[in-house]
Design a protein around this ligand. Structure first.
Ligand SMILES: Cc1cc2nc3c(=O)[nH]c(=O)nc-3n(C[C@H](O)[C@H](O)[C@H](O)COP(=O)(O)OP(=O)(O)OC[C@H]3O[C@@H](n4cnc5c(N)ncnc54)[C@H](O)[C@@H]3O)c2cc1C
Length: 732
């Protein structure tokens, strides 16, 4: 603790000690005030200025230090200064005292709490910034909330002092008036409880509702204001218009149709979006072929003869196309039409917050209106502005699937999930892969120990991983494609046949005419969404990759639910998107699957945790399949059975993770996983063994020692515990 904080605590302690020492708490009682009323009145008549200043100062100290007696002080204000001057003096002094208490709490505790509960405090601050004044006013108006607690609690938030003082002053006036007025009738008060009758309390409670009603009205006005200048259509063609037929758009339209809303889905290219056509589905199909190649290459692990991998790359890519074709009906216009969705082939752009212009793929143009509109236009691969890169005809996750011939030497730019999945697949299919990553490790969002398992496997599979390499230039030298990288100040030359760029994804907003309705994009290109997934207009929403922050199909679908439900029923209730339990999987071999906090994140957020680890080399099923590598790591708060995060690195990690995700989502701890029967021998047994590790580390040592003694005693042994005996044997 720094010196100024210590000094302040000492000063406060000294004042409190003096207050108690002088029996301040006994002096500030109703009886005392009543019995000295006449004498005090005489003295005050003679020394009015001194009395007012002295009274104000004592009031400030009592309220600032949350000392008992503020109510009596307020009554005294009424008794000696009358209604008007009493009200003025008390309201100023109480606001000053409350502000000082607020500042003291902030000075002493806020930094410490912010360090420890960074996320929670940030969330509270966001709420306070938005609606703090309304909440404070409610707390102040309803006299059942203790005055000093409000001061201290608000000091810990990010509320501005100015707002705090002003709102407190205004909202405390009614209560102050009641007590000051009661003070003018001091002689008739039997106890302070008489001052506020049940009826008056009820009136205050109703008054307390006023800020909340005001909040609603202000929200209503604010919402109306963004529409100023727009002419709302009298009738709408649809309840909901959805732009983009990818994961987010499909789910939005599906939900709307399921609740019998009239909905149209506008897709300019292919239904299914990235996931079906260029993302999850083709990449997983390619990865499966790569895994088959790896199994053949290492068939000797299973007692068979290893064979050099021979195959036609074209056949592999044809299989990928067959897989897409097989999944396609799930996302097809036919299926969605049957569900009740109007599927429109065309490109949409905004005309107003309720109206879109649709340029049909057959050349027609029409305008469509809807009560709500959802933007689900996804993302596209980001292309870094590296000199010469465009001339290399770079591959991306978009055009890769048209490739007919396998690159002999493939350079992969990027060590994130997409770069790693594709680099590994091509390496296992026989390309000589060099992977260049600017950062210190692959999969930078994962912990070091997690990423290093993947790195080890990449090296074993012949990938030339170049970390801390930043591509700066591309050239063709003597007919050969060459990349130059900066590596710790050195210029490194890498030759290749084809380059695959996987350095991130950019949100897709081009052609939407968002600027026409005054919606700007964020610096990272995504559109700014509120917690209910709305944009600046409460009837215009965005979900999926175009909104971020996650870029997964399941995240897009999750957000789509909020966008669709809030879009259709938001007038009655708005749901806030909940990202607390968001799992994801990187489909390298071994897979990396995570939910909740990583160790690095827990450290960064200052969250106390302990780690439980279970090595998959111990799992019978993994051993039987000669895939006994990787681990499970679970983070829990010290001594508590609550899962903060889990990561699995290994074969079937994505499947194993589902158990931890379910547990986290429903607040189940490791004891519950341990107490669940898992069939033997399955990969998922590993979740139970991880829980077992946690249990072992938290065994009640004291009880076990007692039990050991009990068992010894029951065997007829008197004083020597088995443990002690074992100790003797080993040390002896
Ligand atoms: C190689 C790769 C592998 C991936 N693997 C996985 C994985 O294993 N698991 C996972 O969860 N995620 C994975 N992803 C991410 C996943 O594909 C995306 O998160 C998901 O597709 C996002 O869905 P979306 O609906 O937001 O966008 P998209 O799927 O991109 O759909 C947007 C659609 O909007 C259309 N559109 C755009 N503008 C307009 C307009 N003006 N008018 C009409 N239509 C328009 C586009 O044509 C597109 O069809 C992968 C991505 C890639 C690239």
């Amino acid at each position: 603790m720094n010196r100024s904080k210590l000094l302040l605590i000492l000063v406060i302690a000294a004042i409190v000690a003096v207050f108690i020492g002088l029996d301040g708490h006994k002096l500030l009682t109703l009886e005392n005030l009543q019995s000295h009323q006449a004498a005090l009145a005489q003295w005050i008549d003679r020394h009015l200025l001194v009395a007012v200043i002295g009274y104000g100062l004592i009031y400030v100290v009592v309220t600032a230090l949350s000392l008992p007696g503020a109510t009596i002080m307020t009554l005294a204000g009424g008794a000696f200064l009358g209604n008007l001057y009493g009200l003025i003096t008390v309201s100023i002094a109480s606001t000053l005292g409350a502000s000082l208490a607020f500042l003291v709490a902030r000075f002493l505790l806020r930094d410490t709490l912010r360090e420890r509960y960074k996320d929670t405090i940030a969330k509270i601050d966001r709420g306070i910034e938005k609606d703090g004044a309304f909440y404070l006013a409610t707390l102040r108006l309803v006299p059942v909330f203790p005055f000093f607690l409000i001061n201290l609690a608000m000091g810990l938030t990010g509320m501005k002092l100015r707002t705090y003082a002003l709102v407190s002053w205004i909202a405390m006036l009614p209560g102050t008036f009641v007590y000051v007025n009661a003070g003018t009738q001091l002689g008739q008060i039997q106890s302070t409880g008489d001052i506020v009758s049940a009826d008056l309390l009820l009136s205050f409670a109703l008054l307390g509702l006023f800020p909340l009603i005001a909040k609603f009205v202000v929200g209503f006005i604010r919402r109306r204001r963004v529409y100023a200048g727009w002419q709302k259509p009298e009738h709408f063609d649809y309840n909901l218009l959805v732009i983009g037929g990818g994961s987010a758009g499909l789910v939005s339209a599906y939900i709307a149709a399921a609740v019998k809303a009239k909905v149209a889905l506008i897709e300019k290219h292919k239904m299914g979006g990235d996931c079906l056509n260029t993302g999850c589905v083709p990449s997983k199909a390619l990865i499966r072929s790569a895994k088959a190649a790896d199994t053949l290459r290492h068939a000797n692990r299973y007692g068979l003869e290893s064979v050099p991998v021979k195959g036609s790359f074209r056949n592999i890519m044809n299989r990928v196309k067959d897989v897409i074709a097989k999944v396609e009906p799930h996302d097809s216009p036919e299926r969605y039409r049957k569900l009740g969705v109007d599927c429109i082939s065309g490109e949409a752009s905004f005309v107003s917050p309720w109206e879109l212009e649709v340029r049909h793929n057959d050349g027609r143009t029409e305008r469509l209106t809807a009560r709500s509109i959802i933007v689900a236009t996804g993302g596209k691969p980001a292309m870094p502005p590296i000199p010469g890169l465009e001339d290399m005809q770079p591959l991306t996750s978009e055009n890769l699937w048209e490739l007919q011939d396998q690159p002999e030497r493939l350079l992969v730019l990027g060590g994130g999930p997409i770069g790693c999945e594709l680099a590994h697949a091509f390496a296992r299919l026989g390309s000589k892969v060099t992977q260049v990553e600017r950062g210190e490790r692959l999969l930078s969002k994962e912990d070091v120990d997690v990423a290093s398992v993947v790195m080890k496997q990449f090296e074993a599979d012949g990938i030339d991983v170049r970390l801390k390499h930043s591509a700066t230039e591309f050239r063709i030298e003597e007919g050969e494609k060459v990349a130059y990288c900066d590596h710790e100040g050195e210029r490194v030359r890498i030759s290749f046949d084809q380059v695959l760029v996987a350095v991130g994804r950019a949100a897709n907003t081009s052609g939407l005419d968002l600027e026409r309705i005054g919606v700007d994009t964020l610096p990272n290109g995504t559109v700014p969404v509120e917690e209910d997934m709305s944009l600046r207009y409460p009837n215009v929403f965005a979900c999926g990759d175009v909104a971020g922050p996650y870029q997964f199909t399941h995240a897009a679908a999750h957000q789509a639910w909020y966008a669709a439900v809030n879009g259709l029923f938001g007038q009655f209730k708005r749901f806030r998107v909940d990202y607390r339990v968001m799992p994801w999987v990187t489909f390298t071999s071994p897979e990396v699957a995570r939910v909740g906090l990583s160790e690095a994140e827990a450290k960064e957020k200052g969250i106390a945790y302990e780690v439980t680890r279970y090595g998959l080399d111990d799992l019978d099923r993994a051993i039987a399949e000669s895939e006994d590598y990787g681990f499970i790591k679970v983070l829990t708060p010290p001594g508590k059975d609550k899962i903060l995060g889990a990561v699995v690195v290994g074969t079937h990690a994505g499947e194993i993770l589902a158990e931890f995700t379910l547990a986290m989502k429903h607040g189940l701890g490791l004891n519950k996983i341990l107490g669940t029967i898992h069939p033997y021998p399955t990969w998922n047994e590993s979740a139970k063994y991880a829980a077992g590790e946690w249990k072992r580390a938290h065994a009640p040592e004291g009880i076990l020692r007692l039990l050991e003694k009990l068992h010894g005693w029951r065997r007829g042994k008197k004083d020597q515990s088995r443990q002690e005996k074992r100790k003797e044997v080993t040390t002896g």
